[in-house]
Design a protein around this ligand. Structure first.
Ligand SMILES: [Zn+2]
Length: 366
């Protein structure tokens, strides 16, 4: 399996609060709301992760945390990562990097290949810290071009900063310069569009955060349909656009994947958060999205449990969907291979050892 969007792991031991905080998109656990173990993801941890730590399925939360502490973070991470069956990780290393394993460290722990996804805004903020408005456009282009050979794609977090209602027009360098003042933290539609177009010009597949996530997002501005103008404008370039997460807008994302040749989708993050309902969420995506347009991602962040749950619940959800559709075994096998990794391999050109061999990326077969 290829996990086309995930983050690093926390390698320190976690107390109960530290563990529960990584089970939620909230900043912290609500004392009034009791425990995250009493939620769909909490049940999934007890159901599916407890046996990996030699506990019975549905072992109580206290027993689970005690066993976790007894084994230690390193052993817990090793067991759960390897249980996930993920062969390759595409890692966004631009968020809370100091607390998490690096791309290479994650690969080593999982005994798997790991590749980097560049977070566009993180690179822009590094460049903004050392340059002025006049030289920013050239400096950013040069920096992204320098980093691109060590990565397989890039990612925009415009959803978090300004929302997804972005014009498709490519900004001029002068428009970019006018937008720079006051932008130590990038949050300007012109700048986000500039970063995205720069990634496309380099042939880097562009991931977008879409739908739910940490609470600093305005979810009503993270509906993928708001990207329609930008998708129309970017389609002729032929560079893949990957809409991440999408929940609870997975049906809208599925429509975009059907009608735009360069759009690909997943329901990562939702898969492990909704637990036993993963089948329902994936099925809504697969109602319209062609099977060649759907990828697997865990969007695991911090907790090794999330890689294992993301992978296992995705596989179960897909099996449920194919079974309900009464698909013959040979087709089920072929479709399963596409979603689990074949699509990611094709879209990111992962069979090539380095990006530098394919500078003129296009998703249109020529
Ligand atoms: Zn993520």
């Amino acid at each position: 399996m290829i996990d086309h969007h995930c983050h690093g792991l926390v390698t320190r031991d976690l107390d109960r609060t530290g563990f529960e905080e990584l089970l939620t998109e909230a900043d912290t656990v609500s004392p009034l709301g009791t425990s995250l173990f009493d939620s769909s993801i909490g049940l999934a941890v007890r159901r599916w992760c407890a046996p990996v730590l030699d506990l019975p399925s549905y072992a109580p939360a206290e027993d689970y945390l005690a066993r976790r502490a007894e084994l230690g973070a390193a052993e817990v991470n090793r067991r759960l990562l390897r249980a996930s069956g993920i062969d390759m990780f595409l890692v966004d290393d631009g968020f809370r990097a100091a607390e998490l394993t690096t791309v290479d460290e994650l690969g080593t722990l999982a005994n798997a290949r790991a590749e980097r996804i560049i977070r566009l805004e993180a690179v822009a903020e590094q460049v903004l810290a050392r340059t002025d408005a006049t030289s920013f456009p050239d400096a950013f282009r040069a920096e992204l071009a320098a980093q691109a050979p060590g990565a397989v794609g890039c990612k925009s977090i415009a959803a978090y900063r300004v929302g997804l209602e972005l014009s498709g027009a490519r900004p001029t360098d002068n428009e970019v310069r006018l937008a720079v003042p006051g932008q130590r933290r990038v949050a300007h539609p012109v700048l986000h569009r500039f970063l995205i177009w720069t990634g496309i010009d380099l042939g880097l597949p562009v991931q977008f955060h879409v739908g739910y996530g940490d609470r600093d997002i305005d979810l009503h501005r993270a509906d993928p349909l708001l990207l329609t103008d930008l998708l129309r404008a970017t389609e002729p370039a032929g560079v893949p656009i990957l809409l991440l997460h999408n929940y609870p807008f997975q049906r809208n994302a599925a429509y975009l994947a059907q009608v735009f040749s360069h759009v690909f989708v997943d329901v990562g993050l939702a898969t492990h958060n909704v637990g036993a309902r993963a089948g329902a969420v994936l099925a809504e995506l697969l109602e319209l999205a062609p099977f060649g347009k759907v990828l697997f991602s865990s969007d695991a962040f911090g907790l090794a449990e999330c890689y294992h749950l993301g992978s296992l619940l995705f596989r179960r959800a897909l099996a449920e969907f194919l079974h309900a559709a009464d698909v013959p075994a040979t087709d089920a096998q072929r479709i399963g291979e596409l979603l689990a990794g074949g699509n990611a391999e094709r879209v990111y050109r992962l069979h090539q050892s380095t990006w530098a061999e394919a500078p003129n990326q296009s998703c249109h077969p020529s």
